[in-house]
Design a protein around this ligand. Structure first.
Ligand SMILES: C[S@@+](CC[C@H](N)C(=O)[O-])C[C@H]1O[C@@H](n2cnc3c(N)ncnc32)[C@H](O)[C@@H]1O
Length: 301
């Protein structure tokens, strides 16, 4: 295992699939991803059917006339199919790149989680499925037509379900719901969280906010990093966005590789991760951001 002082941060710009293929098998002890939905090309495939109609515009067998009608709402299904097709080769790469005792975390929403679980079970094996973590946040407007959906799903797969990193003693403690029922000592110590994690979203006005629309809280990803990896380990997020995994990793003495194909994500990461002196690949930060990086490096040197 590398020492904490060897911590490195590498940020790659580009489509993740080709970049992932460049790393040798077993390179990472923890992989976290939070892919966007509908990244795959949306197929605007229209399904049509011909039906008998004496006023129809097509003439067929025995001179019968037909008209063409559009059927079904296929657009959603097509884009869904594409999404799974988009994800699958990347998930195979995640499996290949995971170290023998490594863990994979897949962050998704309630509309897709069940399809993704079936896909992941096929790649990792059902036995490797460890938990579905529910991140409940209770923020924003409420529906008057159904129960408001206020949670995300994080699927955890261990490459080897008999041998994986789980640092129980590192888990943060949370308050009991009814401290009066457990006695003062236990109430004082708090309890470990279950698979339901109550945690607010990144505050729109707080210091943590980077401006990247899908930024996830450092506290959620930080907990995964702390419990599921060791100092000096190598971590990967190949849908990095604002670089939350990278910040959590470096602040806890782990190295990280981040990948994103959006130039705006790169700009956010240049600023956010400057403290860790990241190495950028396939990307040159704009001059004013470079100046800022240089300044940070000078401050830290
Ligand atoms: C939901 S965001 C991730 C947010 C991140 N967890 C955070 O805390 O900021 C998903 C990211 O995946 C990136 N992305 C989408 N398709 C990609 C691809 N093919 N290769 C690399 N990145 C991709 C998007 O640019 C976006 O930044």
């Amino acid at each position: 295992m590398a020492s904490e002082t060897d911590v490195t941060l590498d940020v790659y710009f580009g489509d993740n699939l080709g970049i992932l293929k460049q790393f040798p098998p077993g390179s990472f002890e923890l992989i976290y991803i939070d892919p966007p939905f509908n990244t795959g090309k949306v197929q605007a495939r229209t399904q049509i059917q011909t039906v008998r109609d004496d006023d129809g515009d097509r003439v067929g067998f025995k001179g019968n006339r037909y008209r063409t009608v559009r059927i079904g709402a296929k657009a959603y299904l097509d884009s869904f199919d594409d999404y799974m097709g988009f994800l699958e080769p990347r998930l195979h790469e995640a499996y290949r790149l995971l170290a023998p005792t490594g863990s994979f975390f897949f962050h998704i929403d309630y509309r897709e989680v069940h399809y993704c679980k079936v896909l992941l079970d096929g790649i990792f094996g059902r036995d490797s499925f460890m938990n579905e973590i529910i991140w409940a946040y209770d923020y924003g407007a409420r529906s008057k037509r159904r129960w408001s959906a206020k949670h995300d799903n994080i699927l955890w797969y261990a490459k080897d379900p008999e041998n994986y990193t789980y640092r129980y003693d590192e888990i943060d403690r949370i308050p009991y719901m009814a401290p009066g029922l457990v006695g003062p000592e236990k109430a004082e110590r708090g309890k470990t969280p279950t698979d339901v994690w109550w945690n607010t979203i990144v505050s729109p006005t707080g210091k943590e906010k980077t401006g990247y629309p899908t930024q996830k809280p450092l506290s959620i990803i930080g907990r995964l990093v702390k419990v599921h990896s060791n100092p000096g380990d190598h971590l990967l997020d190949f849908f990095a966005g604002s670089g939350t995994l990278g910040e959590a990793a470096v602040r806890q003495g782990r190295s990280a590789v981040l990948i994103d194909n959006n130039p705006e994500a790169m700009e956010v990461m240049v600023k956010r991760l400057a403290f860790a002196r990241p190495r950028f690949h396939n990307y040159t930060p704009p001059a004013e951001l470079q100046a800022r990086l240089a300044q940070e490096a000078g401050l830290l040197a």
